[in-house]
Structure formats: structure tokens, C-alpha cells
Design a protein around this ligand. Structure first.
Ligand SMILES: Cc1cc2nc3c(=O)[nH]c(=O)nc-3n(C[C@H](O)[C@H](O)[C@H](O)COP(=O)(O)OP(=O)(O)OC[C@H]3O[C@@H](n4cnc5c(N)ncnc54)[C@H](O)[C@@H]3O)c2cc1C
Length: 452
């Protein structure tokens, strides 16, 4: 069956900058390869499940290749936990298949509705970066279809230059056909969770710096509307995979049972301005209080890792103008800068329903990988607020001056001149990209905007 074509508006998860493209959905590797035989004039970009917030998987006037039909599990070694899957397989599929066998994905973002290729192309991180690094650190090898049609195997050991340009490489070095990665052994499907409240940002950072090493997973939710002495008050949640001995008798009978609930539908009609400063303030108050309700306990994988997956298409709650997620990382020693940014956001009364702080461990050799050692803050903000763009532009400058960077998976607005400052290995990445794609066939809105 030929790939289905159709001109459609394509947007990121934040819905802020849709553009029209010819969307095709290859159903086989042959059809995927055929896309490169006659390259489209405005280029082509692969797309997974569209969970990047910004414009990384869209291509105005060109072709967007939805690769989600190529989602087979190709091989699995039950001794070592090494699995090979096609790039369009989702984390959801991996979890449903392998958790009951005692294997977990080594790195999962905050939603399981992402493809493995999408996780490679953005080199995603989870709540365990301080212990386990990012997605690329667990990949054994990739099959990459280059723009000239050749399929090559790459990995940290094989053609490492191309590998480290491809992980975090935003889909611009080739089409990811297959991914082989190492899964993490687990003995139960539950997580042992500790939750505590921090009275302000200093208290929070001290707790994280002093105690994160005792946990595999750590994340803090920050109340960005709190100010004065409560500036940066937070709920810190940390956990580890539970052992069978942690489980109550009933659960212990099926320690690896995993059946996440299907997401509830979003109401068809969403009241305008549902998420405003007042509703968010009320939510924040409730959430902060809840932080003391259950200081420790067992949680399911879904509740702990993917709480937002409970509601389908929740991004629509932000209404037609959408929302953006601003995520940056600052190196160690820049705690005062982080505090100044949180103060600025609180002072400007930027209402964020979701603001999370994590600690990253060392970054890897990925030339455009986002994670680097330090503190990373991510916040969702309704788009279109007056002064928001100017504020974020200023914060970009502060982040760049401090030696940090913003996360391109979530970006649709960074100024191109900050790219080489934030990503100092950009020039090397450009050289490798020019070698494999001299005609610039692989192209996205983000690549055009940032002059990649
Ligand atoms: C609720 C939520 C929580 C999130 N939490 C986190 C988090 O904790 N940590 C984190 O790092 N990210 C997080 N993200 C972002 C998300 O993990 C990444 O954007 C991820 O890359 C999305 O994968 P996708 O399959 O949706 O890919 P898409 O968004 O569709 O595409 C992402 C990139 O992958 C490329 N790509 C896709 N398929 C292929 C292919 N076959 N070959 C080559 N390139 C390909 C695209 O060209 C694009 O560059 C979150 C997103 C949401 C919505």
C-alpha cells in the first residue's frame, strides 16, 4: 500500500506554531526508504507521536513522515534484557510487553506516548538523570537510513561520530529505522515513593543536593506563584523500584502485574481560560498541602512516571492559543541564577500549572544533547500572555550567560544567535550533518528557524 499523503496542519504538543505540510505515513521500511528516492523540494522530517512541544517535528511546505506504523519488536534477549525495536515503537508498548517479564525502560520521559526514535532524536531524560544519564546512554546500536538511501549501523562503539550527532540530533542526520537498547531489570511493577515538602527554594536545593543520591528517581514540583519567604516552596518526590518484600500480600502474588488505565477523554468543549492564574493558584495550594498527606507509599508506574497520561489530549485544556514549555538547565554553582529566575517568574506572576526541578548528572557526548550537569527547571505557560515573549527572551540571555541552555525538544522561539553559545559543539554537529546530508534533505521548522 503506498504511503498515504495529505496536506495538513502539523503542530507540536503545545499547539503554538502549526504549519501545513504533506503528511505521509510509511507502512513498511520499503516505503520509508522510497521517501528519499525523490527528495521533496522543501525537505522531509520524521515524526513520532508528536509529543515534542515545539516545532522540531514539523516542516512547513515540505513532507512530514509519520513513522509510528513501524513499531515492531524485532528481537529480545531475556538473559541480558537487550531489546531491538523499530523506531516507531512507543515506550507504552515497551512497558506493556516487558514489565510483566521483569524489565523496565532505562529512561522514560513524563509521558509514555513517545516513540523510541523520538527519544533518541531528542536524547530524552527522565527523573533518574543524576544516576542513569539520558536515553542515548542505554542504546547499544541504531539502524539509520541516511538521506542517500544507505542504511548504516551506528552506536557508541560503531561510527561514534555519527552516533553522537544522531542522538539529540533532532531527526536531521537520518531516519531511525531500528533501535537496540538495554532494559533495566525490575522485580516489581511498583515504585516505593518518599514525598516531602520544602519550605522555599534554598531548602529544596539543599534537600536535593544532600539526598538525591539515595534514590534512583527524583523530581520536585515548585509553586511558582509563591513569593516572599515562601519563594520556591515545593513538593519533592523521590523513589525507587519496589522489591517484592515491600509489597502487601495481595500485590505480592503478582509483583510484575502491569495494566495502566487507558486515558480518560478530554471534554469536547473546554471552557475558555480554564487555566488562569486563579485556578492555578488554587491548584498549587491544594498540591502543596497534599505533599504532606502521604509522605511515603507505593505507587504504580503510571502514577509515578506518567501522571499526565491519565487524560488524553490534555494539551487542549490550554485552549486554541496553546501553551509552551520552557525548560532550561544551569550548571552547578549557578544556584543564585536559578533563584533569581524563579524570583523573576514569581514577581512577573507567571502562572504555571506545572513547574518541575530536577538535578542532572554528567552529560554525554551527544553533540546537541540537552542534559548537562546541573539544575533543570521546566515550566508550562499558556501562550500569548502579554510580555511573555520578552520575558523569556531575557531569561534565555541569563541562561546563556550562566553557561546553560534551553531544551530544543520543547522550543519554538529561541533566537538563532544563542544556539552556538548554548550548544558549543554545534559546529562539529554541522560538519557531520553536512557529510551525511549535503543537500539538506532532512529539514524541519526548527532547523530553518535556528539556521541548523
Ligand atoms: C507530558 C510530557 C512530558 C514530557 N516529559 C519529558 C521529560 O521528562 N524529559 C524529556 O526529555 N522530554 C519530555 N517530554 C518531551 C518528549 O519526551 C520528547 O519531545 C520526545 O522526543 C517526543 O517523542 P515523539 O515520539 O513524540 O517524537 P516527536 O515529537 O514526534 O519528534 C521528536 C523528534 O524525533 C524525530 N523523530 C521521530 N521519529 C523519527 C525517526 N523514525 N527517525 C528520525 N527521527 C525521528 C523528529 O524528527 C523530531 O526531531 C515530554 C513531553 C510531554 C508531552
Amino acid at each position: 500500500m503506498p504511503a498515504e499523503r495529505g496536506r495538513r496542519l502539523v503542530a507540536g504538543w503545545g499547539n503554538t506554531a502549526p504549519t501545513a505540510a504533506d503528511v505521509v505515513a510509511p507502512q513498511s521500511r520499503r516505503e520509508l526508504a522510497d521517501l528519499l528516492v525523490t527528495p521533496p523540494r522543501r525537505g522531509l522530517i520524521a515524526r513520532g507521536l508528536g509529543r515534542s512541544y515545539g516545532d522540531v517535528a514539523q516542516n512547513a511546505g515540505g513532507v512530514v513522515a509519520d513513522c509510528t506504523a513501524l513499531d515492531r519488536v524485532v528481537g529480545f534477549d531475556g538473559e541480558s534484557g537487550v531489546v531491538t525495536v523499530e523506531g516507531g515503537a512507543s515506550i507504552d508498548t515497551l512497558l506493556r510487553t516487558f514489565v510483566p517479564l521483569g524489565w523496565f525502560v532505562p529512561v522514560t520521559p513524563g509521558t509514555r506516548y513517545v516513540t523510541v526514535a523520538g527519544c533518541v532524536a531528542n536524547d530524552v531524560h527522565g527523573k533518574n538523570h543524576h544516576v542513569d544519564g539520558s536515553f542515548a546512554d542505554h542504546v547499544v546500536s541504531l539502524l539509520l537510513q541516511l538521506p542517500d538511501g544507505e542504511v548504516v549501523e551506528i552506536g557508541p562503539e560503531r561510527r561514534p561520530d555519527l552516533y553522537w550527532a544522531t542522538v539529540g540530533g533532532l531527526g536531521l542526520t537520518g531516519l531511525i529505522v531500528e533501535v537496540t537498547l538495554r532494559l533495566l531489570p525490575v522485580r516489581t511493577s511498583l515504585v516505593r515513593v518518599d514525598r516531602e515538602r520544602a519550605s522555599d527554594l534554598d531548602d529544596l536545593m539543599a534537600r536535593m543536593a544532600g539526598g538525591d543520591h539515595r534514590y534512583r528517581y527524583s523530581v520536585a514540583w515548585i509553586d511558582l506563584l509563591a513569593s516572599g519567604r515562601a519563594l520556591g516552596r515545593a513538593v519533592l518526590t523521590r523513589g525507587d523500584h519496589a522489591e517484592p518484600s515491600d509489597l502487601p500480600a495481595r500485590a505480592a502474588r503478582h509483583p510484575l502485574a502491569f495494566s495502566p488505565r487507558s486515558p480518560l477523554p478530554t471534554p469536547p468543549v473546554v471552557p475558555p481560560h480554564l487555566l488562569n492564574r486563579w485556578s492555578i493558584k488554587a491548584f498549587n495550594e491544594l498540591w502543596f498541602r497534599k505533599g504532606n498527606d502521604r509522605p511515603e507509599g507505593l505507587e504504580t508506574i503510571g502514577a509515578f512516571f506518567h501522571p499526565l497520561d491519565g487524560v488524553a489530549a490534555w494539551n487542549r485544556l490550554y485552549g486554541p492559543q496553546g501553551f509552551l514549555q520552557y525548560q532550561f538547565v544551569l550548571p552547578p554553582g549557578e544556584e543564585a541564577t536559578l533563584r533569581a529566575i524563579v524570583e523573576r517568574l514569581a514577581c512577573e506572576r507567571v502562572a504555571s500549572f506545572l513547574a518541575v526541578l530536577k538535578r542532572f548528572g554528567d552529560g554525554n557526548a551527544g553533540l546537541l544533547s540537552f542534559p548537562m550537569k546541573g539544575w533543570t527547571l521546566a515550566l508550562d505557560v499558556p501562550a500569548g500572555g502579554s510580555g511573555l515573549d520578552a520575558l523569556l527572551d531575557q531569561l534565555d540571555g541569563v541562561v546563556a550567560d550562566a553557561g546553560g541552555r534551553v531544551y530544543l525538544a520543547k522550543d519554538a522561539r529561541l533566537a538563532p544567535e544563542l544556539m552556538p553559545v548554548m550548544y558549543p559543539r554545534l559546529e562539529r554537529w554541522r560538519q557531520i550533518r553536512a557529510e551525511v546530508d549535503p543537500a539538506g534533505i532532512l529539514m524541519s521548522d526548527l532547523a530553518r528557524r535556528l539556521g541548523l
